[in-house]
Write a protein that binds this ligand. Structure first.
Ligand SMILES: Cc1cc2nc3c(=O)[nH]c(=O)nc-3n(C[C@H](O)[C@H](O)[C@H](O)COP(=O)(O)OP(=O)(O)OC[C@H]3O[C@@H](n4cnc5c(N)ncnc54)[C@H](O)[C@@H]3O)c2cc1C
Length: 335
């Protein structure tokens, strides 16, 4: 059942029509708990508050299904505007980008030119740019673009996903690159990725320890308290300097742990997505943790004073989702 729910939400995250329509809806389905606003102004206030608690941030101006050069150009301009705001407001904050948002699927060289414009400005302001890792389909291309950019820029790094069999080997080649280590958010086939939590977790821990013993900065991005506790013990036993790493978590998830780790003196960074293209991001988060579905149902069907809402699009979407889910369950039972 858990796998079916995961497949359903990943399927919804990949649905272009729903992603496009969601931009017009404004926040729905409880998304505002995990996405920090639709514009720069609102997200800046969130960053200021975190900075006042000693927590840094990485901002992701959400964007999915970028299909033409003008859209990718707009995304690049918005990111540069974001860099200017971070600089002018003197925020402790870097920026996370997705290469598909900047035209990777349209033309690789065009995407590289967009990245160079971003990196030139970021370098001027001493801001780090992280390239998020997307589906495996984009994996090789993303690493290629990173290698090209690294010849000219030091303020760029990327993400390694522990569910990939090849992750450890690739990490070895990225010894001098700042890396964010994650488990991996997409549905990948068993040809390329571990499927069991045990194997994914074990690979994560092996790679995290290896990086902690090395010289380059690592962002350990997980909400998994067991992994965090094991790594904290390892850090203490090996007297690893706290300057060499940070913990990262997503905005809205396990917030008490963000504050707790920062209070314990660890570098902590909150990943903050914002913008009106929230649907795909939000569905991937539901895929990871179906318990968040409770928020969906509550926020979708009921107002704050517990009255039933009338929102045909959303209710319809959830009804369709439920039908798909049930039909998959029935099929599975028959199989
Ligand atoms: C900062 C950041 C950036 C990321 N960037 C990328 C990226 O570029 N590419 C990519 O593919 N993926 C990215 N991800 C997503 C990542 O790959 C995982 O899909 C996601 O983090 C879920 O895995 P987990 O490590 O948090 O733990 P999980 O395996 O989801 O959870 C482990 C355990 O932790 C506990 N737990 C987890 N969440 C909660 C919660 N909300 N409340 C209570 N208990 C909880 C539960 O006991 C659970 O069993 C990113 C994640 C983070 C945190």
């Amino acid at each position: 059942m858990a796998n079916l729910t995961r497949d359903l939400f990943i399927g919804l995250s990949n649905n272009k029509l729903l992603n496009t329509n969601a931009k017009k809806w404004g926040f729905r389905l409880g998304a505002e708990k995990f996405v920090a606003g639709t514009n720069i102004e609102s997200v800046i206030e969130v960053v200021k508050e975190l900075n006042s608690k000693g927590i840094s941030a990485t901002l992701d101006n959400l964007g999915e299904f970028v299909a033409d050069k003008s859209e990718a150009g707009m995304a690049k301009d918005e990111i540069i505007q974001l860099l200017e705001t971070i600089h002018n407001e003197n925020l402790d904050c870097h920026v996370s980008v997705k290469l598909t948002q900047l035209g990777l699927d349209i033309e690789r060289d065009f995407c590289i030119e967009n990245m160079k414009e971003i990196l030139d400005r970021a370098y001027e302001y001493d801001i780090f740019i992280n390239i998020d890792m997307e589906k495996y389909l984009h994996y090789e291309k993303t690493l290629d673009v990173l290698h090209i950019l690294r010849k000219q820029y030091t303020n760029v790094g990327t993400v390694i996903q522990s569910y990939l069999y090849r992750a450890e080997e690739d990490l070895e080649k990225l010894k001098d690159v700042r890396i964010r280590l994650v488990k991996g958010a997409y549905k990948e086939s068993e040809d390329v990725a571990y499927q069991s939590k045990e194997e994914i977790d074990r690979n994560f821990i092996v790679m995290a320890k290896d990086r902690l013993l090395g010289d380059t900065f690592t962002s350990i991005a997980t909400h998994d308290h067991n992994i965090i506790n094991e790594l904290k013990q390892f850090i203490e036993e090996n007297q690893i300097s706290k300057d060499k790493f940070e913990f990262q978590m997503l905005y809205g998830f396990r917030t008490e742990m963000h504050d707790g780790l920062a209070e314990e003196g660890y570098n902590f960074c909150t990943y903050i997505p914002f913008g009106n293209d929230w649907f795909g991001y939000f569905m991937r988060r539901l895929a990871e943790r179906p318990q968040n579905m409770n928020l969906v149902l509550k926020d979708t069907f009921y107002t704050k004073d517990n009255k039933l809402k009338k929102e045909p699009i959303i209710a319809g979407m959830l009804a369709i989702s439920t039908v798909i889910l049930l039909s998959k369950c029935n099929k599975k039972k028959k199989d």
